[in-house]
Design a binder for this molecule. Structure first.
Ligand SMILES: C[S@@+](CC[C@H](N)C(=O)[O-])C[C@H]1O[C@@H](n2cnc3c(N)ncnc32)[C@H](O)[C@@H]1O
Length: 213
């Protein structure tokens, strides 16, 4: 998202973007056209790198939307690994399922339909990589469940921690005031976890990365 970069630098970085898969580009256009928030392509590239480094066997994504990042994670996983993803929007679920079919990666992806706040407490097995990208007012509770489900040495990635830059400014449009306060409070909690090594990177809309000690 350009609001946390200088436009010239953003354009410069973009000039190095490699030729991308047709489906991925199609999904980016669809999300833009229908105003569906998905991870920025820059943050998605970093996500794929983290997945490649960690080589997780079980990944959990909270907030599938149309399945953009799910597919990018799934294509970076090794043979027997899989990504579980949770989505509650009846509008987004069929679009995500269709994209998964098109991607040819359905064997690696399991979609849970419903509210993550109800689904996560029922999950039995732990994960070695978690991506949290859901409603901001629920971040704290979803993060608490994530910490229970994250294995020792596991990686948690959280999107939108710079919230278009609003967390670091006093000039916040009225409709972003509440969400900005949620993210500010969340960042305080996230970065002060004793059992996590954390950082917030100015990539995309601000990506939080934590490694469980
Ligand atoms: C930012 S979008 C996810 C984008 C996706 N991770 C990507 O990068 O392609 C957030 C999605 O989370 C879903 N969501 C929000 N809160 C949720 C919850 N508590 N349980 C399940 N889904 C949730 C919304 O319906 C929305 O589709």
């Amino acid at each position: 998202m350009s609001k946390i970069y200088f436009p010239a630098q953003a354009k410069y970085i973009e000039s190095f973007r490699k030729k991308e898969d047709e489906l991925i580009l199609e999904m980016e256009s669809y999300a833009k056209e229908h105003k569906i928030p998905i991870l920025s392509w820059q943050a998605a590239e970093l996500m794929e790198q983290l997945v490649l480094i960690k080589d997780p066997k079980r990944v959990l994504e909270i907030g599938t939307a149309i399945g953009y990042t799910t597919i990018r994670i799934a294509r970076s996983l090794s043979k027997k690994a899989e990504v579980h993803t949770i989505e509650m929007s009846a509008d987004n679920i069929p679009i995500a399922r269709e994209s998964f079919e098109k991607s040819g990666l359905t064997k690696k992806i399991k979609l849970f339909e419903g509210n993550a706040l109800s689904i996560m407490p029922q999950l039995q097995k732990k994960y070695d990589f978690i991506f949290l990208d859901a409603d901001k007012e629920d971040y704290k509770r979803l993060f608490d469940y994530s910490m229970i489900l994250l294995k020792k040495g596991g990686v948690i990635v959280i999107d939108n921690l710079l919230w278009q830059g609003y967390v670091a400014t006093t000039r916040i449009p009225k409709k972003y005031k509440n969400s900005t306060n949620f993210i500010r409070e969340f960042n305080r909690i996230f970065t002060s976890q004793e059992n996590l090594v954390t950082t917030i990177l100015p990539v995309g809309d601000g990506l939080g990365i934590g490694i469980k000690k």
